[in-house]
Design a binder for this molecule. Structure first.
Ligand SMILES: *Cc1c(COP(=O)(O)O)cnc(C)c1O
Length: 384
């Protein structure tokens, strides 16, 4: 129950254990084509370009940035946590000029600040933002932010690593131009793949580059020679065949559950966890309207030893929760309810374990009442 990787279901692990076949085997090509269809379903898009990059979420991020950002391009980067900072660094390494829009860690990105940055820098080409900041647990309004970019003639480049499969992501309806994600958060697949999708406007910018992408491996014009349907597929790199079996299975499971039902499950389980935590006197650090259901940043009470509590949860309860990062280090715990990990039995385990461990840290906790609050919320589904 940390900030990823989430639990991988047995079915996905079994799929990954199937015999390795050739990366140009017709059966494997069929599986690749199905992955693309299923990714479009998850991303809610009809973009022809939807595919997994061979590499973790960060590789999906780097792929979008190195392909879209040319030397001299001005890029407005919104930062309200760790991952916006990483984007700034990648943009600079591509020779791009960063215009920083900074918001407090633990809060959503303020659309007003983006509006004024767009007014001050009408020559910017791209607006980057993180939809769900896993480092802090804050969710930003992707539809509004992308709309501001579009109205100014700029492309939106969106991090949906933690949001995809866990909270509503609408690539087409919200007009997101380039989006990347990861397999190890709410898709509940093993770490190591970075699904991306690019719309027509983003593809045009990549095609219109005056110089080739400096990374040969990431250059989409080459990668697509392997991933495009109907094309005379050619070797680019040896695809991570077994990892892709896993992604195929994980996406099938998302399709079977229904992506909207998955969002609803994440929302309900978040509310149930919250009831249990509140019953233990714990509070969520992010304002209610800005919370990500799949990543709960919990304020560490005064006088409680952060590392000791996490260590005891891990060693005595076999339960991992995450530490705070950056300005939130030592101030919050990050409790993930991502993908297959987002289940009532995990919430009970976590709330029960925290009740025990916090009691031995000198806090007064009532395990039974807290578990009753969880169970009531799970049963009613509304978290009250
Ligand atoms: C996890 C995460 C990433 C990076 O994904 P990796 O698989 O660790 O490379 C990027 N952005 C966000 C918001 C994330 O949560």
């Amino acid at each position: 129950m940390g900030p990823g990787p989430s639990d991988v279901p047995e079915r996905v692990l079994q799929a990954m254990a199937r015999p390795t076949i050739g990366h140009l085997d017709p059966d494997f090509i069929r599986l690749m084509d199905e992955i693309k269809v299923l990714l479009r379903y998850a991303f809610r898009t009809t973009n022809p370009l939807a595919m997994p990059i061979s590499g973790p979420g960060t590789a999906g991020m780097e792929s979008c940035i190195v392909n879209l950002v040319e030397p001299g391009d001005k890029v407005i980067v919104c930062q309200n946590g760790v991952f916006g900072g990483r984007a700034k660094e990648m943009v600079r390494r591509c020779g791009g000029e960063v215009v920083a829009v900074d918001d407090p860690w633990g809060r959503a990105i303020d659309p007003e600040k983006l509006r004024s940055a767009v007014r001050d820098h009408p020559d910017a080409r791209i607006v980057f933002f993180v939809h769900a900041e896993t480092s802090t647990g804050a969710l930003s309004d992707a539809a509004v932010l992308a709309g501001i970019a579009r109205d100014a003639g700029m492309l939106s480049l969106v991090d949906a690593v933690t949001s995809l499969g866990g909270t509503q992501v609408e690539v087409d309806e919200w007009g997101l131009d380039a989006v990347y994600s990861g397999t190890q958060k709410c898709l509940s697949c093993a770490p190591g793949l970075g699904p991306i999708t690019l719309g027509e406007r983003a593809v045009e910018k990549v095609k219109g580059r005056s110089a080739p992408v400096q990374s040969w491996f990431m250059d989409l014009s080459l990668v697509l020679g392997y991933w495009t349907e109907g094309a005379n597929r050619s070797y680019h790199h040896t695809a991570p065949v077994n990892a892709l079996y896993g992604l195929h299975e994980a996406l099938l499971m998302l399709h079977e559950e229904g992506v909207e039902s998955a969002w609803e499950r994440h929302r309900r389980n978040h509310l149930a966890l919250r009831r249990g935590l509140e019953s233990l006197g714990l509070t969520i650090a992010v304002p209610e309207a800005e919370r990500i259901p799949q990543l709960n940043a919990v304020t560490i009470p005064e006088g409680v030893d952060d590392a000791r509590v996490r260590g005891r949860l891990l060693h005595e309860y076999d339960l991992e929760i995450g530490a705070g990062l950056g300005t939130l280090a030592g101030k919050v715990w990050r409790i993930g309810l991502m993908g297959h990990s987002s289940r009532p039995e995990n919430i009970e385990l976590c709330v029960g374990a925290l009740a025990d461990v916090l009691a031995s840290e000198g806090r007064s906790t009532d395990r039974e009442t807290a578990l009753e609050a969880v169970n009531r919320a799970v049963a009613t589904g509304v978290g009250v």
